[in-house]
Design a protein around this ligand. Structure first.
Ligand SMILES: *Cc1c(COP(=O)(O)O)cnc(C)c1O
Length: 495
């Protein structure tokens, strides 16, 4: 059955999946949502015998209904291939009573590869389907991982250009090195003086700027977004929750129908929203455990019903979660408002004006699927240390936030359900924080010595993504003020 997409902020104007993917953001600044969440139409038992790509197809075909089978399977085949260093794509590793779903086996060793390896193909297929002849300009704000994953996904993809803005002092040295060494004639990387929210706000303003859009169109360009607000990012992420569940089933770790928990280290709320969609599709899920770092806006939201961004912005060892405005939360707000765009628009305009909003008691009652908590910097480091000590398994800082929050959840509830922790980055991406957490003595070592030492103590091979940047030359050194982002884009496009 066909599924159309419309904005979270106004009624009407439904568009096809391919149009929603092309546009990224709706014209009114809202996010595209499917008019309903489809139910899985294969049994869990059937799905359990499928490969990652096959499960991904069974999920995505229900959402991207204007793609032909051939188109969608083509996109999937080009995305989940040897760019990943394991054939299973997203392995499950058991450690200390929980399952870690490793989402970091792609080109840039973080979970954003799961969606960004397929988005360029979904986008170029969408362009073809809609007879788009303009060059597509991908504009992205990143707190570290999106940037590199998007750059690597789009590099030299014909008919596209990609411009990435990152907070100059808000990403890890390895994250920065990964981005500024990016090859590809169509790639541009810019550091801004400001934090991630500044970068994201600047990008959102450009998307909403009608004059700019008209000028771009005149010059043969059209914006699109690779940020996690694009439905072409969100839906591919639903697939790995279904995959994780059916693999547990196949390995007889759970019985069919048994509900599991998903624990998700959260920033922009895209990853956990995908888990929520999976649950709404009929996947047996008990709790969605939302883990925050010291920027604990979401924890406060889940406990009080008030979302309040008016607070100090903290730089933590899990920079990809250093976010005060979680864009994808808007899709959940829309949903718990009873799919009511007026109510949602009201709250979003309060957020814009006052930096805060409070949901109704009725809406709050619908958040029972979620549990929120957070981990301090010290707790995060201790979690990495203790898990390594106990099991030899090394996790990154983001995953450690989730692992720590899972422990808090267990203590709070005693819930014995099988739990899957989304492991969102390889420890090799945040080597210094990880190694320092394991032992202070490592802190004096250089980044690449730490990489080698991590390989020794964990018994894992150094990922290709890290090997590649050891010697790569810096190709991007542009820095601008947060007020100069638009000018920078026009300069890059030469218009
Ligand atoms: C982006 C990211 C997150 C947060 O995911 P959201 O979908 O933004 O909530 C967590 N961990 C890592 C490593 C990331 O790159």
């Amino acid at each position: 059955m066909e599924i159309l997409y419309h904005s979270t902020r106004t009624e009407g104007n439904p568009v096809t999946a391919s149009k929603a993917i092309l546009k990224g953001l709706a014209d009114d600044g809202g996010l595209f949502v499917p008019e309903r969440i489809p139910a899985l139409d294969r049994s869990l038992e059937e799905l359990s015998h499928m490969t990652y790509g096959e499960v991904a197809y069974e999920v995505m075909k229900l959402y991207f209904t204007d793609f032909t089978e051939e188109e969608l399977k083509g996109c999937i085949a080009r995305a989940y291939d040897s760019k990943f260093d394991t054939e299973v794509i997203a392995p499950l590793v058991e450690a200390d009573g929980a399952y870690y779903l490793e989402l970091f086996h792609g080109a840039t060793i973080a979970f954003k590869d799961m969606a960004l390896s397929i988005l360029p193909h979904l986008l170029t297929t969408s362009a073809r389907k809609n007879h788009v002849t303009k060059e597509i300009v991908i504009l992205t704000a990143t707190s570290g991982d999106t940037g590199k994953a998007a750059l690597s996904g789009f590099a030299d993809v014909e008919g596209t250009r990609i411009i990435v803005f990152y907070p100059k002092n808000g990403v890890s040295p390895i994250q920065e090195k990964q981005m500024v060494t990016q090859k590809g004639k169509n790639t541009y990387v810019v550091g801004i003086h400001g934090n991630f929210d500044d970068a994201q706000t600047g990008v959102k303003q450009m998307f909403a700027d009608k004059e700019l859009a008209a000028y771009m169109a005149e010059k043969g360009f059209q914006f699109s977004s690779a940020n996690s607000i694009n439905i072409g990012r969100l839906i591919p992420q639903v697939a790995y929750y279904v995959y994780a569940y059916v693999k547990l089933l196949e390995e007889e770790k759970i019985k069919a129908g048994e509900a599991v928990n998903f624990v998700v280290p959260t920033g922009n709320f895209g990853n956990i929203l995908a888990a929520f969609y999976a649950k709404q599709m009929g996947l047996p899920v008990h709790k969605l455990i939302c883990a925050s770092n010291e920027n604990k806006v979401l924890y406060d939201f889940f406990t009080t019903g008030t979302y309040d961004r008016n607070r100090e912005f903290m730089l933590t060892s899990s920079p990809s979660m250093d976010i005060l405005v979680s864009s994808n939360l808007e899709r959940l707000i829309y949903r718990i408002a009873g799919d009511d765009p007026d109510k949602n628009r009201e709250l979003m305009s309060e957020l814009r004006q006052d930096g805060r909003y409070t949901i109704t008691e009725e809406m709050k009652a619908q958040l029972a699927d979620f549990y929120g908590n957070y981990a301090s910097e010290e707790e995060t480091a201790r979690t990495i240390h203790d898990l390594y000590d106990k099991t030899g398994y090394v996790i990154d800082t983001h995953t450690a936030v989730a692992s720590c929050v899972y422990k808090k959840y267990l203590k709070d509830t005693g819930d014995a359900s099988v739990s899957v922790i989304a492991s969102t980055a390889s420890p090799y991406k945040f080597t210094r924080s990880v190694m320092k957490a394991i032992d202070e003595k490592y802190d004096h070592m250089s980044d690449f010595d730490l990489v080698d030492r991590l390989s020794e103590i964990s018994g894992t091979a150094v990922p290709r993504a890290i090997e590649e940047i050891r010697t790569a030359p810096v190709l991007h050194d542009h820095v601008c003020d947060k007020t100069e982002m638009k000018q920078t884009v026009l300069e890059f496009l030469g218009i």
